[in-house]
Design a binder for this molecule. Sequence first.
Ligand code: C2E
Ligand code: MG
Ligand code: MG
Length: 383
Amino acid sequence: MAISKRLQARLRPEDVVARIGGDEFVTVVKQVTSLADAMSTAERLLLGFESPFRLRGSDVYSSASIGLVFADPANPSLDPESLIRDADTAMYQAKAAGRDGIAVFDMSMRDRVAERLVLEQDLRTALDAGELHLHFQPIVRLSDETVEGLEALLRWVHPTRGLISPATVIPIAEETGLIIEIGAWVIEEAAREVRRWRRMPGAEHLYVAVNLSARQLRDPRLVERVATTLADQHLEPAALCLELTESMLMEDPVGASQTLHQLRDLGVRLSLDDFGTGYSSLSYLKRFPVDEVKIDRSFVDGLDAPDSSEASLVAAIVAMARALGMKTVAEGVELPIQAQRLRELGADQVQGYLYARPVGPESVPGTLARLGAKRYAALPDIA
Ligand code: C2E
Ligand code: MG
Ligand code: MG
């Protein structure tokens, strides 16, 4: 109600303000003749969110994302439903670009929505059709360059569109709920693979890291599923590491903490992925039983420049992790200088193209052998 009042106060009396559900409002602004006009109206509406709302004695800040669509009188085929749908599409675009944004609808957005619908349909059958695969990327201990584990990364090879990135697949899988089935498959498949690798000499302690998504973490069957998979594969729990992100934990800190404790009790490792990009709240971190934090690639990127601010941030994350008894893994290491800096800064493990790109399961033994060989070559007294 407070929001609708603020919207109304920034529009003319003849304009419409309506709430169409949840946290979504529609305004119909009449007699707008130019894009500049429409933009300034939208910007004015955003300004209405600058000051906090007073709710039960406390200040609550809110933001808005605005999707803008023109009802072109030259195109009478545009019925109100299509207009609202297009505005909605633009609004999602604005949201995706970050909070407090404005996006103007254009036809390419409709194509993107259509494209997405097609992918959504195709994803429903992808698993059964054998189009989903896992690639694996080694996680290397910095002190002696031993491969300690591998991260499983989802690949969708679409029959006509080719390789589709997990950045596209995972959000669709989340929204449709398919992530539960796909995620369970990923865990099973990764468990099967790590069990095979562990039969290789010297690889008995290898683990596999699997990314979890928000919806999987909320799934009440998750813990039981993980336990069943481990039992079916006769796999020691430490052979599995589950990666989560801070934002997933923040969605429902109490529930997440419970689930994490149950997973921890099973004996699986827990890892905090993309650390540094979210809330990075120390007090929160203490509440979750995680074994390690993965320092996001964005920090590693800047490490090749001397005295970078990234270096102090990495040092701070390493110190904090140590204080909490956690290890650190640096992601996206591409240059020897970055590995060198990370070693100086005290990171425990690294992962990145410098060591290996993600590879298909058939190439894992070869990749392990190559990395192992590199290690021995670096020690002249052994060679
Ligand atoms: P992530 O878990 O942070 O995975 C690391 C990403 O960085 C991977 O991208 C990997 O291929 C890429 N990468 C590794 N080393 C380097 C490097 O040296 N340089 C650069 N530029 N990139 C590097 P990918 O495979 O495209 O996966 C993207 C994200 O998708 C993952 O980020 C993860 O959040 C998500 N994802 C992947 N597979 C799964 C899955 O099975 N389930 C879920 N829920 N999410 C997944
Ligand atoms: Mg990950
Ligand atoms: Mg990551």
